[in-house]
Design a protein around this ligand. Sequence first.
Ligand SMILES: Cc1ncc(COP(=O)(O)O)c(C=O)c1O
Length: 395
Amino acid sequence: MMPLLETLEQGLAELDAHGLRRRRRIADTPCAAHMTVDGRETIGFASNDYLGLAAHPLLVAAIAEGARRYGAGSGGSHLLGGHSRAHAQLEDDLAEFVGGFVDAPRALYFSTGYMANLATLTALAGRGATLFSDALNHASLIDGARLARAEVKVYPHADTEALSALLEASDSAVKLIVTDTVFSMDGDIAPLARLLQLAERYGAWLVVDDAHGFGVLGPQGRGAVAHEALRSPHLISIGTLGKAAGVSGAFVVAHETVIEWLVQRARPYIFTTASVPAAAHAVSASLRIIGGDEGDARRAHLQQLIERTRAMLKATPWLPVDSHTAVQPLIIGSNDATLEIAATLERAGLWVPAIRPPTVPVGTSRLRISLSAAHSYADLDRLEAGLQQLYRAAA
Ligand SMILES: Cc1ncc(COP(=O)(O)O)c(C=O)c1O
């Protein structure tokens, strides 16, 4: 038998050999379009800070005020003393902002989206239930499905015909269709209206993970469900608050009975310390920006950046994905080629992450360009020049 450390060393060597070892960069400045990373000035295209709120002075002030009011830590789990006025207020704000799709909406605030997804799937899909999951769902949904005791059926990406056949064949008493709204590595949007039709027809829940839609899509940034004007008591909307909202945490919004069940039964909610109340306080401030004129202006600017980037990527010899969202992938293919391009851009002061398996399928390694309302046209010019230099040099 190989000694344990040696097994790990061999595993790491294999990651190196396949161009799969990941390296963390160290940011010395706040998340913004222009940052100092690993001691070097760079334009960042790596964050999910789609509205450019992560370093917004009003949110920084709200964190500070929240800390003054509620202290540094929550001191306990939500059910045992850690549930602060800031958490409660934020849940009311979220129910009001997101919950228009259901009568009697209620929200539950989590410390991360990963936990919200584990909590929702494990609490709702017990033994005897079936989860129907899109093949390109985020890892946290996949892990939630693994941890739930339900049977899991994976349907091909966005293929509602295949899903319909699976639902037709199922005699499960409890069915959950689970999907990302905006797919995190491709930027495309799930066929939500059709998914909801199927959910209604087959008596299923539709659980949507709006991590990349919340704040960006829909009127006032209320998210993908509002964008498609969907309404149903069988919809459950999950969103994260560390991306467009610029802070951290996540929410589940649904009919009040669903939320009460999660409070009583969701282990990733119950058995963990409540997040820092100041973060919840800052998210409430963020919702006011997202839903106001400033949010509208930021979304309009972001949309213009998206259109320009689409045109820019079409002119390259690589394969852009047809995305109309802030996630703009450029498929290069092999891990090594993708890493080399990312490294060359990095030397030119452009931080564009190389996304490789297992995050994306083998052979589809890509640059994932994440746009933010904090970017200027000049930033995009710099990115365009960097890409041009690369492919002109190769020609
Ligand atoms: C689609 C999706 N769902 C959930 C998450 C997890 O959210 P969090 O970072 O808040 O844990 C992410 C990314 O982090 C995501 O991209």
